[in-house]
Write a protein that binds this ligand. Structure first.
Ligand code: FBP
Length: 550
């Protein structure tokens, strides 16, 4: 593989580990745990993996050094640092015993089911240390949830002598990891399953998990781009830039980018829902800010739009909930099959209430089509395909035209559109993500050598220097509750949305009126890998505000 100068320099970077993982470890167990909701149902569904304690690793004199074969899977969307989780796990199992082996299943969970794998070697791993992407083994969105898949998986695991499987994924993939851990435990197959918190969306976090890996690098990458646009915007002074950012349902990415860049407007889906805003209310909110700036002679600005916004507008949320119900076959709980897109749309139109039909009809044709048709394998609306930024700017333009007729607006409004998502998912991991991911992987090796299953690898206290980070594991059942998914009640990890009483949002609210009117842009610039710590080693503003004491 040919390499850039930065890649060569980065390959030599040795990620930092918490002090507790720098030598042999002992397990310190906490009290028994409960799920975050629906305790009785979750306990009944996970009799073998429910209630286990949170564990923390502490330094020890010696530890079990038996060789162990481990498998690893990358699941779902790419997130910076995935390669470091793998190299951390590789170094972890090899540090226990040079005869340990690490296998990677190819192209996501499907690789386990279809028996497609590679064995990692020193040379192979060295090519990928501290690099972005998931290309080392590829990723996929196959849902691992059926007995036949678990049984097919155990065949190859036995063949390779694999005693533990690490699944790197978001909330859905870790939910499936938990189901698999329970299944293998119930069957006494002797295979442990460990999850690892990944997603740029930042929505896999809770009391125990400070952040999902990749959020830091992805947000810094988008913030660099947004900062560049803001500088262009403030130079030409003729456009309003509507910038949609990824994040699926949650607005964590939009909020973090706003904290970093201070745009004129940042919409937060969770607030739109809490305030029961209609699409027209959102448009009016933006149009008013445009008019205010125009009154000061500033016919330019920036608007950040979280990609899940449309799902949070209460009327549209209700519509999507019904679409999800009608598109699920009640007999199987699986998506209904249709011969063509037209047949699916016709079926939908005949099946929804008049109220939802009116909402659907009020939307532009392409959005309407997206909502009726596409779902990912986990049943999520594919919000990244809906061009909300264009929808909003067109509606704002229309409103401003009407205000012009009424003499309420006499500025200019011209829009540019951007969507940042794929640009940030495979960026070279920041120092934070490089260290965090390597530690998560290394830590997983110790969860395995200590016989744990149904746990997620967890590293905490990450706003402190890496040596002080706390390493351990949290039972995945602890994060679960029952939610309605695809027309059925399912045990799932509770997704973390932006908390409106949380410190990051409150800070944003204290500043946003000022940022809306004034040109208060900040230009964060590119991620720095080498240089002073205050430039290279800062965590996200979200995490810093969340963890700030007092
Ligand atoms: P994960 O939740 O799997 O980490 O994926 C995150 C994400 O990047 C979302 O922000 C986005 O909506 C989605 O993936 C896009 O999916 P795809 O890669 O299939 O286009």
């Amino acid at each position: 593989m040919e390499k850039s100068a930065l890649q060569i320099a980065r390959a030599a970077y040795q990620p930092k580990l918490p002090k507790a993982l720098q030598g042999p470890v002992n397990v310190k167990e906490g009290a028994a745990t409960q799920s975050v909701g629906n305790q009785e149902e979750i306990k009944a569904l996970f009799p073998n993996t429910y209630g286990m304690p949170v564990v923390e690793f502490v330094p020890a004199e010696s530890e079990n050094k038996d060789a162990i074969n481990v498998g690893i899977i990358l699941s779902g969307g790419q997130a910076p640092g995935g390669h470091n989780v793998i190299s951390g796990l590789y170094d972890g199992v090899k540090s226990l015993n040079r005869d340990s082996k690490l296998y990677g299943f190819l192209m996501g969970p499907g690789g386990l089911v279809d028996h497609k794998y590679v064995e990692f070697t020193d040379e192979f791993i060295d090519e990928y240390r501290n690099t972005g992407g998931f290309d080392i083994i590829g990723s996929g969105r196959t849902k691992l949830e059926k007995e036949a898949q678990f049984e097919s998986g155990i065949e190859i695991l036995r063949q390779l002598g694999i005693k533990a499987l690490v699944i790197i994924g978001g909330d859905d993939s870790n939910t499936n990891a938990c189901v698999l851990a329970e299944y293998y435990a119930a069957k006494k197959y002797g295979v442990q399953v460990i999850g690892c918190p990944k997603t740029i969306d930042g929505d896999l976090k809770n009391e125990q998990i400070e952040t999902s890996f990749g959020f830091d690098t992805a947000c810094k990458t988008y913030s660099e781009l947004i900062g560049n646009i803001q500088r262009d915007c403030n130079s030409a002074r003729k456009y309003w830039h509507f910038i949609k950012v990824m994040g699926r349902s949650a607005s964590h990415i939009a909020l973090e980018c706003a904290l970093q860049c201070q745009p004129n407007i940042c919409l937060i889906s969770e607030e739109v829902e809490a305030k029961q805003m209609s699409l027209d209310d959102v448009v009016e909110y933006i149009a008013k800010a445009v008019a205010l700036r125009a009154a000061d002679g500033n016919n330019f600005g920036t608007v950040l739009v979280p990609e899940g916004l449309i799902e949070f507008i209460p009327a549209i949320k209700k519509l999507i909930a019904q679409l999800n119900e009608v598109l699920t076959d009640p007999a199987t709980g699986e998506p209904r099959e249709f011969k063509s897109a037209d047949e699916q749309i016709a079926f939908v139109l005949n099946s929804i209430t008049a109220e939802n039909m009116a909402v659907l009809e009020s939307l532009p044709a392409d959005v309407k089509r997206q909502l009726c048709l596409d779902r990912d394998p986990h049943g999520n609306v594919q919000v990244s395909l809906i061009e909300t930024e264009k929808l909003l700017s067109a509606m704002v333009a229309k409103k401003l035209d009407a205000w012009k007729q009424e003499g309420k607006f006499n500025g200019k409004f011209s829009a540019q559109h951007h969507f940042f998502g794929y640009e940030g998912r495979c960026a070279a991991p920041s120092n934070y993500d490089a260290d965090y991911c390597y530690s998560l992987g290394y830590n997983a090796s110790r969860l395995i050598s200590n016989g744990k299953t149904g746990y997620m690898s967890v590293i905490r206290n990450t706003t402190a220097p890496a040596a002080e980070w706390i390493a351990g594991g949290v039972p995945i059942t602890m994060m679960m509750n029952i939610e309605r998914r695809n027309g059925a009640n399912k045990p799932v990890i509770r997704k973390a949305l932006v908390e409106l009483d949380g410190a990051p949002f409150k800070y944003f609210v204290s500043k946003r009126d000022d940022w809306a009117r004034r040109t208060a842009y900040v230009y964060p610039g590119p991620i720095q890998y080498f240089g002073p710590t205050e430039v290279c080693d800062q965590c996200t503003k979200t995490l810093a505000l969340e963890q700030a004491k007092g």
